[in-house]
Write a protein that binds this ligand. Structure first.
Ligand code: ATP
Ligand code: FE
Length: 371
């Protein structure tokens, strides 16, 4: 099988061609980072326009790099949710047009399932069941993946995701936002003292697997406001004391943000082992999983519990087309796909988009058990 994957759920336009043996034939990402800096966040209309402008080119480049034409494909996979519906629509329309023209089956993909399953492409021998921590800009999920399409949600965020906290911290510290905020905070944190500011670890008293990052965000903002740094001045031109102070905030934030992950992962390992005693792996994926400090700390937790950490390479942790193509392959192999759409589908046809789409059932028994 050879599958084309298309991803437009948020601010990256991505496409990739992947073979069912796990071989990545091509991988193209067009990022809207410049737009984000200009407008200070993802503005749906603006993002939609940016996707529309590059989608044809991104898909064509993915096919060219793979040295394939459309008719060589076995299927087209496309993210149908969760995400911004205006943005999802661009990818889904492109996928359906292509699938219609070349009579290809089409697989609708869950963006967060794709973040998780790409781990099985990276590590071919990774078998269900396994535990997954998904950490990105919009999600903070602990999932027990029991089988393909069978997921139990052990925990989620009650407000913000960790990636959002990284992005705001970067903004408040006056870091260069041309790449995303996370890597900028990670870099600066290396120069700081992680114990210099005692931020409070969120949700200590909650004996569950849920997350909360809104309070930590506020703590960081207050630390910036009450300090002597001037975030109007970019960190690159700040004095050495000013830079040191920013680095201390970055490092202290990162320590506590990740401590929160560690505590909840330990509990999730306990819960998951009760449901599926045979689990051997913790998969960590989503943009924040490309952070080296996050990986190192989670690796300790995992080793302590005699599990193995599976973390895709950074390029496959942030949004990409490979994960969508791969998830398409996994479902296609099980016969889960839609027939080719009609060739003359009208532009305004009602599409199956799922902007809000939970990944699996919420686990409640464990919560009462754990109390
Ligand atoms: P979602 O997957 O929830 O829809 P998204 O698709 O926008 O959100 P991803 O591309 O998966 O998110 O991840 C982007 C997030 O990851 C951003 O918040 C970014 O700051 C964060 N991130 C990327 N690299 C790092 C890093 N090295 N350290 C911390 N955070 C990072
Ligand atoms: Fe994502």
């Amino acid at each position: 099988l050879v599958v084309l994957g298309i991803e437009t759920s948020c601010d990256d336009t991505a496409a990739a061609v992947v073979r069912s043996n796990g071989e990545i034939l091509s991988q193209v990402v067009s990022s809207q980072a410049d737009l984000l800096v200009q407008y200070g966040g993802v503005a749906p209309k603006m993002a939609e326009e940016a996707h529309s402008k590059v989608i044809d080119q991104v898909v064509q480049e993915a096919l060219d790099k793979a040295n394939l034409s459309e008719s060589d494909l076995s299927a087209v996979a496309v993210t149908i949710g969760p995400g911004l519906s205006l943005c999802l629509r661009v990818g889904v329309q492109k996928a359906r047009k292509l699938a219609g023209t070349y009579a290809l089956p089409i697989v609708g993909v869950h963006h967060m399932e794709a973040h998780a399953l790409v781990a099985r492409l990276v590590q071919g021998e990774l078998q269900f069941p396994f535990l997954v921590l998904l950490i990105s800009g919009g999600h903070n999920l602990l999932i027990l993946a029991r089988d393909l399409g069978n997921y139990v949600q052990l925990g989620t965020t009650i407000d913000d995701a960790i990636g959002e906290a990284y992005d705001k911290t970067a903004k408040w510290l006056g870091l260069d936002l041309r790449k995303s905020g996370g890597p900028a905070v990670e870099d600066l944190a290396r120069e700081g003292d992680a114990n210099s500011i005692k931020f409070k670890v969120p949700m200590k008293q909650h004996k569950d697997c849920n997350f909360s990052y809104a309070g930590l965000k506020t703590q960081v903002r207050l630390a910036v406001e009450s300090g002597s740094i001037n975030p109007e001045i970019p960190v690159s031109s700040a004095s050495s004391e000013d830079r040191k102070e920013r680095a201390n905030i970055a490092a202290s934030f990162q320590r506590v943000a990740v401590l929160h992950l560690e505590e909840k992962c330990e509990r999730a390992i306990e819960w998951a082992s009760k449901i599926e005693p045979s689990i051997k792996h913790l998969v960590v994926s989503g943009g924040v999983a490309s952070n080296q400090y996050v990986r190192a700390r989670l690796n300790q937790i995992v080793e302590k519990n005699c599990l193995q950490l599976v973390c895709p390479p950074p390029k496959l942790c942030t949004d990409n087309g490979v994960m969508v193509a791969w998830t398409g392959i996994e479902h296609f192999r099980m016969g889960r796909f839609d027939p080719p759409p009609p060739t003359n589908e009208p532009e305004d046809a009602v599409l199956d988009l799922r902007p809000r789409w939970p990944l699996g059932e919420e686990y409640t028994e464990g919560r009462s058990e754990a109390r």
